[in-house]
Design a binder for this molecule. Structure first.
Ligand code: BG6
Length: 254
């Protein structure tokens, strides 16, 4: 019955917390690999966590991906007496426009009845463009907001899936293969020990930003992401993880 199901997931949350070494895991039922609507349930669970950790003034940095797009899809007015500023943690990422951080950020903010600031830069940059762009006052300002974020919400992906989806070069694909990268998050590729194998030269959210004092919510589910989630949290920050049963069961099996 229903109550049993719920307490079953509660048990599983505790087990996954222990395996990943993090203090807050939320599991929704189902497997988003099989049923895409499960992503919307993760989206809702994520919004509830966001609400829980909100103060009077909030700067919320978001990344891209289909899972974050589901968070935006499910968003509802959160304004009440709170100040909400959403900021894109990433520029364009060679992703389809509906999966880009900027699109997701604007949609989330509009539905939550908050404000937003976007990051209008390509995601992958040469060293020279990076140095020039970072000095640009409008970009500098957005970067400052990202660094001041009180809440960060991001996705986690399977390394190879993400590299292919972003149309990465053959040399990057080779590097990922030889380095045995299994996880990807905001442009960083990690092996099964959580070691960074490659980092895309990018303006925006950096891994270091997640270790500072702020609320970090990772949203990732589906059996196919279990390895990636486990690898990411080997060295990853003590984030809140919103996931699904498909990923959770597999994490416990690995
Ligand atoms: C990207 C994020 O846009 O989405 C990554 O920057 C993440 O951190 C990826 O790995 C996940 O995508 P999806 O579609 O599986 O939610």
């Amino acid at each position: 019955d229903m109550m049993k199901d719920v307490s079953g997931l509660k048990d599983m949350e505790k087990q996954v917390e222990a395996v990943l070494g993090i203090s807050n895991v939320i599991i929704v039922s189902g497997d988003s690999d099989q049923y895409p609507l499960v992503k919307n349930e993760m989206g809702l669970a994520c919004i509830r966590e966001m609400e829980h950790y909100m103060n009077a003034e909030n700067i919320i940095a978001v990344t891209g991906g289909t899972t974050l797009a589901a968070v935006a899809e499910m968003m509802y007015p959160l304004k009440k007496s709170r100040d909400l500023l959403f900021v894109s943690g990433r520029g364009g990422l060679g992703e389809q426009v509906e999966n880009q951080a900027n699109t997701i950020c604007a949609k989330m903010a509009t539905k939550a009845e908050g404000r937003y600031r976007l990051l209008h830069v390509p995601d992958q940059l040469s060293e020279e463009s990076y140095q020039t762009l970072i000095e640009e006052p409008s970009i500098h300002e957005v970067l400052h907001l990202i660094h001041s974020a009180t809440i960060v919400v991001h996705g986690i992906g399977d390394a190879r899936t993400m590299a292919l989806r972003r149309g990465s070069s053959q040399s990057l694909l080779t590097k990922i293969e030889t380095g045995k990268a299994v996880a990807e998050a905001f442009g960083y590729f990690f092996d099964h020990c959580g070691k960074v194998i490659h980092k895309v030269k990018t303006i925006g959210l950096q891994l270091d930003n997640l270790y500072d004092d702020r609320t970090v919510i990772a949203v990732a589910g589906g059996k196919s992401k279990a390895k990636a989630i486990k690898a990411y949290f080997k060295e990853g920050p003590n984030s809140i993880l919103v996931t699904d049963e498909g990923a959770a069961r597999e994490i416990l099996k690995l």
